[in-house]
Design a protein around this ligand. Structure first.
Ligand code: DHB
Ligand code: FE
Length: 279
């Protein structure tokens, strides 16, 4: 059966793609952020994942406001990237792990999760950022299954529901008939708000409490409803739901492999948390 070797949660910001494209990693603004990724890259080289299940939120590249699934999953051999309007160079397409996609579709629908199944799917900076940060080499060494959670258009799924989704994904991955080493990724957050009166809002204390909770008391954030999450983390900070789902997939206990937290990157509190299953 497949093995979940860990969970890696990361913020995403289009400017990260620009910094990589322009090789600004050593610039004073960027150095602390990219230095935070060194230990994660070294852990990945040792952990050698074959397959990534990536919880992420699309920002209008694949789904627009006219058609907005609450949960969607990719089931296609290839996921291409495209310019979202930031003018960033397109990165090479990602290979899909189609067998795991269909296994997850069957398992999740079998557990009453109503997912939209996508046999065509373009992926945005929420996928390209963590992929480029995890694997700076010339080719992607893994196959992926993207799972998209709506954080763009209200109403959003609750933290409670995202935990349940992640938990079901984790159990289904562990029941997948494969010897693959699977890493579960969460891409989003941490606290940020891009528009409105509180544009630029960052909430360090909340972020650090959330990071701590994922290791020691992982259901902590499920106590908050959507409006409370917006209040605490900002309108776009609700993207932290991806971290919650990715942590739930890991199972009961987790150990912290690496953590980094840097304020700000663009308008966002940039966090990184790598966890391994306990024991
Ligand atoms: C920024 C953050 C995001 O999560 C995003 O999707 C786009 C932009 C930002 O801070 O600039
Ligand atoms: Fe985002």
């Amino acid at each position: 059966m497949a093995q979940i070797i860990g969970s890696l949660c990361s913020s995403h910001v289009p400017a990260i793609g620009r910094a990589i494209a322009q090789q600004l990693q050593q610039e004073p603004y960027w150095k602390p952020f990219f230095d935070g990724w060194g230990p994660a890259q070294r852990w990945l080289a040792q952990a050698r994942p074959d397959v990534l299940v990536v919880f992420y939120n699309d920002h209008g590249l694949n789904f627009f406001l006219d058609k907005m699934p609450t949960f969607a999953i990719g089931a296609t051999p290839e996921y291409s990237n495209a310019d979202e309007g930031w003018g960033l160079p397109q990165v090479p397409a990602f290979r899909g792990e189609v067998d795991l996609s269909w296994h997850l579709v069957n398992a999740l629908v079998g557990e009453d999760f109503d997912l939209t199944t996508c046999q065509e799917m373009r992926v945005d900076h929420a996928i390209t950022n963590p992929m480029q940060l995890m694997f700076p080499g010339p080719a992607w060494p893994v196959r992926i299954v993207p799972i998209c959670i709506n954080t763009v258009q209200f109403p959003l799924p609750s933290a409670r529901r995202c935990w349940a989704l992640g938990d079901a994904v984790g159990r289904a991955v562990r029941a997948w008939d494969s010897d693959a080493r699977v890493l579960v990724v969460g891409s989003g957050g941490l606290s940020h708000q891009l528009d409105g009166e509180r544009a630029g809002f960052i909430h360090r204390d909340f972020d650090l409490a959330f990071l701590e909770s994922l290791v020691h008391n992982p259901r902590w954030a499920t106590q908050f409803d959507t409006h409370q999450l917006v209040e605490q983390a900002g309108t776009q900070g609700v993207e932290l739901l991806m971290w919650l789902a990715a942590r739930a997939a890991l199972g009961d206990g987790a150990t912290r492999v690496h953590q980094s937290y840097h304020i700000p990157i663009s308008n966002t509190a940039a966090g990184l948390l790598v966890m391994a299953p306990a024991g």
